[in-house]
Ligand binder design. Structure first.
Ligand SMILES: [Zn+2]
Ligand SMILES: [Zn+2]
Length: 341
């Protein structure tokens, strides 16, 4: 990075701000924009790690932040510095390692513009540790430009404000949305004493145009079913296209890594108890009487067979089911859920 680049970036941000908003500006609707649809941690060529933008009347909220989030936002024409609220469902690496990229871009843009506006980050215990560590990490690279980027008081101030929570209930509300969290079963197999430290949540988001429930990562869960009751849209992790996938993947991993039968059993149990296959999503959607389902977080194929994922859900759910790719947008309005025009 050079001073010339800094100046160029400063001037282009002014030009962009004067142009049409990348989010479609004032559109009166709720939109779900999939930035990343692959489950991790192995990185995929054709899909980014889990990250979703919820855009309500033009205001963006980011849910999870896997590797590749920043690049997908650029591709979607969304400026990360316009995202002032970020939610983490849980802190597995595939859901949070892209945060530093987003923070670096925000910090740089804000520093160049000479104003610090808070970015609020909501998540389970250890979110503050994650955010503070990421801020420390990104400022190392900005130190050589202290004379340009530092405020008058001579020290970098973090604009990132963390809000941790560890129990169910309303965790956020503004004039557009209300977010209710419920702990799910993604860490069900963890010893009880560790579950005080590690928590995984699903979110119910009420918007002016309807209710959207994000499962995050979870296994079958009564709490998630209650949270999803009557929702217009269920955004569900689809960790397996078919229950038999677990058997195939376990066998191949066990052979490759020379696992004992106990290790293989623990791996299989993780998928069966702590993730959802498509049949379980169908049951969840039917029992909760949601109106439509959006799938993501595909595992394990590099390029998911989307038709198979949809078929699995349809075995017990008769409403619309979609299996998006990265950068697909879905709009919620008077006519229900559909691809955005
Ligand atoms: Zn995950
Ligand atoms: Zn996870």
């Amino acid at each position: 990075m050079s001073i010339a680049v800094l100046m160029l970036a400063a001037s282009t941000s002014v030009v962009a701000a004067a142009g049409r908003g990348a989010l479609g500006g004032e559109s009166q609707r709720t939109e779900v924009l999939f930035l990343g649809t692959a489950g991790g941690p192995p990185l995929r060529l054709d899909r980014s790690e889990p990250s979703t933008l919820l855009i309500v009347d033009g205001r963006p909220y980011l849910i999870d932040c896997g590797i590749g989030t920043m690049r997908r936002m650029l591709r979607a024409g969304v400026k990360s510095e316009q995202v002032r609220t970020i939610f983490f469902t849980h802190l597995h690496a595939d859901h949070d390692l892209g945060l530093a990229d987003v923070m670096a871009n925000d910090f740089f843009r804000q520093s160049v513009a000479g104003r610090a506006q808070p970015v609020n980050i909501y998540g389970p215990p250890q979110t503050k540790e994650l955010v503070d560590a990421a801020f420390h990490f990104i400022t190392v690279g900005f130190r050589p430009f202290e004379n340009l980027l530092l405020p008058a008081n001579g020290s970098y101030r973090s604009p990132f404000v963390t809000h941790e929570f560890d129990r169910d209930g309303v965790i956020f509300q503004d004039d557009k949305i209300r977010v209710t969290a419920a702990e799910n079963s993604h860490y069900a197999l963890m010893p009880p004493q560790r579950r005080r430290q590690f928590k995984s949540f699903s979110y119910r988001v009420e918007t002016p145009h309807g209710v959207i429930v994000f499962t995050g990562d979870t296994g079958p869960s009564q709490a998630v079913e209650r949270l999803a009751r009557g929702a217009d849209v269920l955004v569900a992790e689809a960790n397996n296209g078919d229950p038999q996938d677990v058997e195939k993947v376990t066998a191949s991993m066990a052979a490759h890594s020379h696992w004992s039968s106990k290790q293989a059993q623990a791996f299989r149990a993780h998928f069966e108890v702590e993730h959802l296959d498509t049949h379980e999503i169908g049951h969840l959607a039917a029992n909760a009487r949601v109106k439509a389902v959006l799938l993501y977080h595909y595992v394990p194929e590099n390029k998911a067979d989307q038709a198979a994922y949809v078929r699995g859900v349809r075995t017990s759910f008769s409403g619309p089911v979609f299996a998006p790719d990265d950068l697909d947008r879905y709009c919620l309005g008077g006519g229900g859920l559909s691809r955005c025009p």
